[in-house]
Design a protein around this ligand. Structure first.
Ligand code: NAD
Ligand code: ZN
Length: 356
């Protein structure tokens, strides 16, 4: 059992919805003696900041009884303690591990047994139903932490634990083959810029949709064949269709938290195309497209929430072999409210990573 674990730490805490997070330098650290079997304490090197953290702290999602809460669900750090009587011996003190949105799933229910851990009704989620990675020491579960390959730096790996994992899993569900067209909507954001790279890596032709010169430059550099600025284009649907030769793309992964981005996808997708729903607009936003288009075009709409433990390992493996690289700015935890503000006003390109 580890020694020298402080009793307090620095943490960013959400106290009230839509209010700035409070930086608490005296936040308690769970002590090793308090860890239950199966729990571990991870000293974090860094955390990514995901748009979902903004959504949870604004109370945009259905479950709203979680405050006060330490947000954050993309973490990499070192295991410093493991609960006594833990059965799983694969994870050891000193291991470098990743923490993701799914902190724990039961692994026994039908969904878990069929690899759908992210839909487990008994799940706990970092930064939402339990404290997350906007703190120096975070409790997690040995059965669910992800081993980090030695070839990749923590700050390069951290965005794969949510952003990379989510789009990797989303891409698996597009029903596409090499040479097909895929639209990545939100292509300059944390998830989107990784989605462009995973798609290019499997031989897909990418149309990137986002806004601004910086995001355009990034998306094209990462291998997108076409960039469409959703704020500048006159007729986005026609522009997408024309780019693909008329029929429209085979698939679209919507990583933008935008209702119109979803509606547009139904219109520009080719018949029998696949829409993967990843971006999460607030509770109040719905599809506003006539259902007849979805039926008549035989559009497949698939909701995709993060991914399972195996998806995380696979997504990290691709990044560790440098096929996919996260573009990020480093920041300090003290600037978390500024990071949220930038994200909300569309001023972030790629990801922001907080180093502890
Ligand atoms: P981000 O803010 O980094 O990126 C979003 C991008 O979308 C930005 O670049 C923005 O300019 C762009 N955008 C906004 N409106 C657009 C539009 N109409 N068309 C095209 N692009 C548009 O956010 P992120 O961290 O990448 O997260 C993206 C979304 O995915 C959020 O809603 C987040 O909550 C959600 N998310 C879902 C899962 C999941 O499991 N399904 C996992 C993580 C994040
Ligand atoms: Zn996330």
């Amino acid at each position: 059992m580890a020694t020298s674990i402080p009793t307090t730490q620095r943490a960013a805490v959400a106290i009230h919805y839509s209010q700035p997070l409070i930086i608490n330098t005296g936040h308690p650290v769970t002590q090793p003696s308090s860890l239950a079997p199966g729990e571990c304490l991870v000293k974090l090197d860094c955390t990514g900041v995901c748009h979902t953290d903004l959504g949870t702290t604004k109370g945009e999602y259905p479950v709203k009884d979680h405050l006060p809460r330490v947000p954050g669900h993309e973490g990499v750090g070192t295991v410093v303690a493991i609960g006594e009587h833990t059965m799983n011996k694969d994870v050891k003190v000193g291991d470098r591990v990743g923490l993701k949105w799914i902190a724990e799933a039961c692994l026994r229910c039908e969904l878990c047994r069929s690899g759908e851990e992210s839909s487990c009704p008994n799940q706990k989620t970092h930064g939402y139903t339990m404290d997350g990675t906007f703190q120096e020491y975070c409790v997690s579960y040995v059965d669910h932490v992800t081993p980090i390959p030695k070839e990749i730096e923590s700050a390069d790996a951290v965005c794969i634990l949510c952003a990379g994992l989510t789009v990797y899993k989303a891409l698996k569900q597009t029903n596409t083959v090499m040479g097909n067209w895929v639209v990545i909507s939100g292509a300059g954001g944390g998830l989107g810029h990784l989605a462009v790279q995973y798609a290019v890596a499997v031989g897909l032709r990418v149309i990137a949709i986002d806004t601004g010169d910086e995001r355009k430059e990034l998306a094209l550099k990462l291998g997108a064949e076409k960039f469409i600025d959703f704020k500048e284009v006159v007729d986005l649907v026609t522009e997408v269709k024309v780019t693909t030769g008329g029929l429209g793309p085979h698939a679209a992964i919507i990583t933008a938290a935008s209702g119109p981005a979803y509606d547009q996808a139904v219109l520009y997708l080719r018949n029998a195309g696949t829409l993967i729903a990843v971006g999460m607009p607030p509770n109040t936003v719905s599809f506003s497209i006539p259902i007849i288009y979805i039926v008549a075009k035989s559009i497949r709409i698939i909701g995709s929430a993060v991914g399972n433990r195996q998806d995380a390992i696979e997504a990290l493996d691709v990044a560790a072999r440098a096929k996919v690289k996260c573009y990020y700015e480093l920041a300090d935890l003290n600037s978390i409210n500024k990071i949220f503000e930038n994200m909300e006003h569309g001023r972030c390109v790629g990801r922001t990573v907080v180093k502890f």
